[in-house]
Design a protein around this ligand. Structure first.
Ligand code: FAD
Length: 412
């Protein structure tokens, strides 16, 4: 067994990887460039633990919809051409995935991963109590504005309950103002919401007490050193660190680090925004987590805050807050849920979803015998983190996976 492992990246994926590896008997060191764990994409995300609503972004009809979105002032998508071939390579591959049969296959795989992730988080609950990160069994309501889309979704619906616009407003009063604009919704019990950043903090604290955990090295990984088909160390801003094995789990930066060892990871940073606002006593904040399907806006109550997440901007690794995008989102939120929170105290955040063209993460082996991957969780990294960590630890121990991992591994 490769005894000592360095996990690169202290986001939700790196931390869960570190935990599952420590539990499997490895000595684990975490390498993180920021002073605090969970401060990348895992910081202000939508908080959805969306085990059944996994819908991959690439689907039949998406290219046409994307063109329409690009011309809408409040559209969920933005595209800025970059002088970086990786943007075009990713787009070409994304378009190739925009087929109904490919979407069906990926969805089936992500549902298996979702179920494993649900069970794996349940197992973790023994070490990290759910209250430590505001976990709530909120259920998920996807609302539709267009009747045609609602009817299509209702016809395809599996286990969810189909609600009229009236039902939506009655069962989730936060939607009362939006009722006249809605065609209906589909509700799924069993989906949860939680605070991803608080989860990272709580897991890091628990890791700190784990007998196999060797601690966090704070430094920026700059290059994977290799010789004879093995990784021999990681060159960091504070010197070279070495172990028997290495796990790359650095979110979108995994792409650059992979490049240093000749591993081309098909990742692109899909930028998104979130807004958080305090909920006052008389506010009508949603109890159920709500997804506004056409606008691609997620609403959730996380602790004493309303969290809204949205937007897919293809603008490279730019984390700045575009005032037009923020205004557009704020307007939509105020219109849909006017009394849900104190909007005069909005906190704005932007993050980069480390996305693959298929929306499926990449887990497991690489051409290097001692380098492993846990990357590419895209829009559902919080949801899938526990499941992919369990799969990674299993793969490193040579165990058979609980389901076939086709579509979830590196294609070489
Ligand atoms: C707006 C938005 C909303 C979202 N909503 C949801 C949601 O509702 N549900 C859900 O499941 N997912 C959601 N996601 C996706 C989820 O946030 C990500 O998939 C997940 O956080 C990715 O985790 P990660 O650990 O791979 O990356 P990160 O959280 O970015 O962690 C990577 C870590 O690696 C560190 N790092 C990077 N480079 C280096 C280096 N060279 N050396 C050392 N350390 C390094 C970084 O500092 C960081 O801490 C959302 C994302 C966004 C942007």
């Amino acid at each position: 067994m490769q005894q000592h492992v360095i996990v690169i990246g202290g986001g939700v994926v790196g931390l869960t990887s570190a935990w599952w590896l420590a539990e499997a008997g490895y000595d684990v060191t975490l390498l993180e460039r920021a002073p605090e764990v969970g401060s990348g994409a895992s910081y202000g995300n939508g908080g959805q633990l969306s085990y059944r609503y996994v819908s991959p972004l690439a689907d039949e009809g998406v290219p046409l919809k994307a063109i329409q979105w690009l011309f809408q002032e409040n559209g969920p998508l933005r595209f800025k051409p970059e002088a970086d071939l990786r943007q075009y390579r990713w787009l070409a591959s994304f378009l190739a995935h925009c087929r109904a049969d490919v979407n069906r296959r990926t969805t089936a795989k992500l549902l298996e991963l979702g179920e494993l992730s649900r069970q794996s988080m349940k197992a973790l609950e023994l070490a990290v109590p759910l209250e430590a990160f505001n976990w709530r069994d909120a259920g998920k309501l996807v609302v539709y504005r267009s009747r045609a889309l609602f009817e299509k979704a209702a016809a395809k619906n599996g286990a969810g309950q189909v609600w009229s616009a009236r039902d939506c407003a009655e069962r989730e009063p936060a939607l009362a103002a939006a009722e006249p604009l809605l065609a209906g919704g589909i509700y799924n019990a069993g989906e949860a919401v939680a605070d991803c950043h608080a989860f990272c903090q709580a897991l890091a604290a628990q890791l700190g007490r784990h007998p196999r955990f060797q601690g966090i090295v704070h430094g920026e990984a700059r290059r994977l050193l290799n010789e004879g088909g093995r990784i021999t160390g990681v060159e960091t801003s504070t010197g070279v660190v070495r172990a028997d094995a290495y796990v790359l789990a650095a979110g979108i930066q995994s792409r650059d680090l992979g490049d240093t060892a000749g591993i081309r990871l098909p990742l692109y940073p899909l930028k998104g925004y979130s807004l958080s606002a305090p909920i006052r006593q008389d506010d009508l904040a949603p109890e159920i987590s709500v997804t506004d399907f056409e606008r691609k806006v997620l609403y959730a109550r996380i602790g004493d805050k309303l969290r809204v997440a949205a937007m897919v901007d293809m603008v490279g690794e730019d984390l700045s807050h575009d005032p037009k995008r923020v205004d557009s989102l704020t307007r939509q939120v105020r219109e849909t849920m006017p009394r849900a929170a104190d909007y005069s105290k909005l906190e704005v955040w932007a993050g980069l979803r480390p996305a693959t063209p298929s929306s499926a993460p990449i887990i497991g082996a690489t051409p290097y015998a001692n380098l492993w991957l846990n990357v590419g969780h895209g829009p559902l990294g919080f949801t899938f983190a526990c499941g992919t960590a369990a799969l990674l630890a299993g793969a490193m121990q040579g165990k058979a996976p609980p389901f076939a991992l086709d579509g979830l591994t590196l294609r070489t």
